[in-house]
Design a protein around this ligand. Structure first.
Ligand code: FPP
Ligand code: ZN
Length: 470
């Protein structure tokens, strides 16, 4: 049962490309500053949690919890220094209660180094230390485990590879045994086109994304070794059948699930779009394997009002980390809709229809800066006000903030039908809306597919392209 709330007076209107959105004097769309106009009267455990979450967030969103520390838009500053200190600490010795996180150590390296980079810190000085730490967790059979003696896993290998690319330098690039990595990836590639995360383990869309990132960043040859389970089933290369497999993960809701037939989740939507954007340029591969209008409808439903943040799935709560997993889908969707900006072959629709933003950037920026900053001495960023900061949320909330502050354009795409070549992406400050954050709080940018800075991606490509063979 639904009830209509009181009509509200119209104020200024801003053009967001897709719809007309009212904006009050603060620059915040009024969608996020007045109660929802339609309220479902059916009470469920989910609706109670949702109401509690709104109540938890409102004092942070309206500035009560930031008394005297907000700018003229009611937005607090990004406490960069405190967040940097938090991240530096997470790269040091962790307390005994973190023992259970030991198999995730490579993730801590990636989350902290990526977040420090976004905050403008130079992380190259960590190179030697990182190389010596990850050398023993690389297995002779290829890939990296979570720690010494642990089985190689695509998630920890993805995190280790990205961390190494972030610190950069010959030592970091060359510690990776690329021949063994190729062999191991071939053993993970399955007859149905997808990738297992670990030999004999689960196959899901994280595998599709992590494998594509590793293959593409490290310049791994695509040819399949004859003992791969996929070769035996007739596949000839590491990417064959992968787009089709990822396409099967799109659900009736329009979102993307970990595997075909289960519930859609924002983290998997990002993995799917990231993987497809590696297989080919997003304007070709995304519409080829996904129903884009249904995906946009589902992604749009992830942004909640009044919170402004994203949820990961239907009837669940906002969480800062989806600023990346859902927020990071938008540049890829935008590129899928618009195509390369340099192409004269773009249709009139592509040139005009999507000049605005597909989500409310100011709504998201407000959620992040008001609700996700741990205001205690601890620093770092968090899921929502009732939660503690951690390295994972600090990384992905900052990545989401960066993609809300900037717009990415696919400047030029790789030649159609070629297996080689790379797309060229450009980032610019997003200027269509009134800027509600202080310019000092603008953070760095991160490649929309690889989630490390674009110049680090290019440096890796250049390094591995200079190698003959492995
Ligand atoms: C549900 O958690 C979360 C998931 C189903 C997805 C988790 C996956 C990732 C974070 C992506 C991993 C990506 C790579 C590249 C390895 P929940 O039930 O606690 O949260 P929710 O209520 O917000 O759905
Ligand atoms: Zn989270």
């Amino acid at each position: 049962m639904a009830a209509a709330a009181e009509p509200r007076p119209a104020r200024g209107m801003a053009n967001h490309g897709i719809a007309q959105v009212e904006v009050d004097g603060s620059g915040i769309p009024s969608l996020f500053t007045v109660p929802p106009s339609i309220v479902d009267l059916l009470e469920t455990s989910s609706s109670v949690l949702q109401r509690d979450t709104v109540e938890e967030c409102l004092p942070f969103l309206n500035g009560d919890e930031h008394a005297g520390k907000c700018n003229q838009h009611g937005i607090p500053r990004l406490d960069k220094q405190r967040h940097v200190k938090f991240l530096q600490k997470q790269l040091g010795k962790l307390p005994p209660q973190m023992t259970a996180a030991d198999p995730s150590r490579p993730w801590f390296f990636y989350w902290c180094l990526a977040a420090l980079t976004l905050l403008g810190e130079d992380v190259t000085a960590y190179s030697k230390r990182l190389v010596e730490t990850v050398r023993p967790i690389q297995n002779e059979s290829g890939g990296f485990g979570g720690g010494f003696g642990q089985q190689s896993h695509l998630a920890t290998t993805y995190a280790t590879v990205l961390a190494l690319m972030l610190v950069g330098g010959e030592g970091a690039y060359d510690v990776i045994d690329r021949r063994a990595m190729w062999k191991w990836l071939c053993s993970l590639k399955q007859a149905d086109g997808g990738f297992q995360m670990v030999v004999g383990g689960e196959e899901d869309v994280r595998g599709a994304y992590c494998a594509s990132v590793i293959i593409s960043l490290l310049g791994i040859p695509l040819e399949l070794s004859p003992d791969s389970p996929a070769f035996v089933a007739g596949h000839k290369d590491l990417f064959s059948g992968l787009g089709e497999w990822v396409g099967r993960c799109q659900t009736y809701e329009g979102g993307v699930a970990a595997i075909p037939g289960i519930e859609a989740h924002g983290a998997y939507a990002f993995c799917a779009l990231g993987c497809l954007s590696i297989l080919d340029s997003p304007h070709r591969s995304i519409p080829k394997y996904m129903n884009v209008p249904q995906l946009i409808a589902w992604l749009s439903s992830r942004q909640y009002s009044p919170e402004g943040g994203f949820s990961g799935r239907t009837n669940k709560l906002v969480d800062g980390c989806y600023s990346h997993w859902v927020g990071g889908c938008w540049p890829l969707i935008q590129a899928a809709l618009s195509g390369p900006s340099s192409s004269e072959a773009r249709s009139a629709d592509q040139q005009d229809a999507y000049s605005g933003s597909l989500f409310s950037r100011n709504g998201l920026i407000r959620y992040i800066l008001c609700c996700c900053q741990d205001q205690t001495l601890r620093g770092g960023l968090r899921d929502k006000p009732s939660k503690y900061s951690d390295a994972y949320h600090t990384c992905y909330v900052l990545s989401g903030l960066s993609s809300a502050q900037h717009s990415w354009t696919l400047r030029a795409s790789r030649p159609s039908g070629s297996t080689g070549g790379a797309d060229e992406w450009d980032a610019m400050p997003y200027v269509e809306d009134e800027q509600i954050f202080n310019e000092d709080d603008r953070i760095g940018t991160t490649h929309p597919v690889y989630v490390i800075p674009k110049h680090k991606v290019e440096a890796a490509w250049e390094h591995y392209a200079s190698k003959t063979g492995f």
